[in-house]
Write a protein that binds this ligand. Sequence first.
Ligand code: ASP
Ligand code: MG
Length: 435
Amino acid sequence: MFPGERICFHIAAAWVVRKEGMRLAFIVKKFGGSSVATPAKIMAVARRVLEDTAADDRVVVVVSAMGDTTDELIALAKAVTGNPHGREMDMLLATGEQVTVALLAMAFTSLGRKAVSLTGFQAGIMTNGAHNKAKIAGIAPERVLRELDRGKIVIVAGFQGMTKSGDITTLGRGGSDTTAVALAGAMKADVCEIFTDVDGVYSADPRLVKTARRMREITYNEMLEMARLGAVVMQPRAVEMGKRHGVPIHVRSTFIQLPGTIIREGYTVEEREFIVRGVTHDTNVAKIAVLGVPDRPGVAYRIFSELAEANIDVDMIVQSIRNADKNINDIVFTIAKPDLPVARAIVDKLGQEMSFIGVIAEENVAKVSVVGAGMYGSPGIAAAMFGALGEAGINIEVISTSEISISCLISAEKVQDAVTAIHNRFFREDDDSNL
Ligand code: ASP
Ligand code: MG
């Protein structure tokens, strides 16, 4: 028996074995804003939860604010002041989730099942004091466990917590995922189910690639890398939280009653590693080329330390020799699009000082990547990826690699062609071994 087997059993138990009455399951289920956007949808969520669970299952439901409520609350604050205080902002934003938990508890009660709603604080979610982007510092789930012992479904407001000094905080946009996974971890639940409008994690964005397939499983590390490189299924912090606590995360559809994708430490089927697990893309990228940089120690340090001081994350970096006789280099790097104006100003300023030949900023770029834990030590993967792009007539501007990914910077117009070409190269339509 390898370590994953027990957890595998637990997850299977959550939706298969339990139906045969063999063991009760302990599940945290999270529903996002679009799943609870209207009273009718809230009733539908309550019904769906009841259909999926046996009478003696322990069920905690974490919900977000209804529909676009959070955006509306932000707009409301902006209408009062352009510069709201972080503490008051959190006081305001936390009300969104509080509405949903109360309504959902009423929905369960109306269907004849005992339920209780709890705020983040009542559920024991303690955070640091970083308003609007607080980190969970600890969870004291005793109240939740007590209510479960009383046979109730416990409904917890996502996205919110409280500081040691008793101030309400929020966890950053999309933070309900993090609440759900952290709570599941603290209570040692069998699984955290994230219900969303897609039915799982795909090998590429299905809106771009028709033949993209849903994976049954993916590892935390691969999911984190895919999220870092542009996949938007889940908040990366929630995946990290799952990894830290060893909670399997099941990403599945709110509307279809079928298993989706399970994010976990390793694969259950066999002890296997997939070489390529997915193809991702990110269009929130800009490129700066610094031309004719003096080739002497300390110059790269100057550029990148000033960018770091301005809190700008630099992603891909390439330095190439422009002209060995003249001792000058070109340095090309990428950043997130919104950082371009500030980054450009910094580089222009340094250019005056150190007389660069020129600076070129380019917004019309995108990054395509392949991700897979098994590609380390499989030297053909990079060549296959470049080959796919070459055959599709797509020029590669910059390349970067990590242990479990390879990324290429290309022109933004070519994103769909690039992702499709790379996906076709690694995922043959008639081959399910990669599912
Ligand atoms: N309601 C919050 C947001 O819209 C949290 C969440 O949806 O997870 O960001
Ligand atoms: Mg939301």
